[in-house]
Design a protein around this ligand. Structure first.
Ligand SMILES: [Zn+2]
Length: 160
């Protein structure tokens, strides 16, 4: 295969196309000249497979259970590098950082029962964006919404 870097002149573009698959994530690493170690690939594979928001500890535990050889330090370092480069999501929570597979803008539904965080793509109606802009004088270019709630099915415990 011919190396692309030598033939294609880089186009200066601040807006990268969003990463939409594990393959995209791997491609992005290569475009950025990041070394794609086996360990780094394990982490990306896991995040894309489970599609949850996990702590570094949970990622380490799950990889260990899958028989993937990776050290604690390596998990932390790789997560740092991947989130710094915008290849994965990093959420700062009061009890620590969580990592997710979607790096582009998206919203979250936070379940207060299970503490699960579900990714969701939500587009606000134009009227709401206009209202925000009118009230603040800021032209909205991006937004992320956090929804909070409990499971919709009422608990049946009370009947007993
Ligand atoms: Zn997320």
């Amino acid at each position: 295969m011919q190396p692309l870097a030598d033939t294609v002149s880089p186009i200066e573009s601040p807006i990268e196309s969003p990463i939409q698959s594990l393959e995209d994530a791997i491609d992005r690493c290569q475009t950025l000249g990041m070394r794609l170690s086996r360990q780094r690939k394990y982490i990306l594979e896991l995040l894309w497979q489970v599609q949850e928001h996990l702590s570094a500890r949970e990622i380490y535990d799950r990889l260990s259970r899958l028989g993937r050889e990776i050290g604690h330090t390596s998990v932390y370092q790789n997560l740092e590098a991947l989130s710094e480069q915008g290849i994965i999501e990093c959420l700062e929570r009061s009890d620590g950082r969580l990592y997710g597979h979607i790096s582009s803008s998206h919203s979250h539904v936070n379940c207060l029962d299970s503490r699960q965080i579900i990714d969701i793509q939500i587009e606000l109606p134009e009227a709401i964006l206009k209202q925000v802009e009118a009230q603040t004088g800021i032209k909205v270019s991006d937004y992320r919404i956090d929804f909070f709630g409990t499971k919709a099915n009422p608990k049946t415990d009370e009947i007993n």
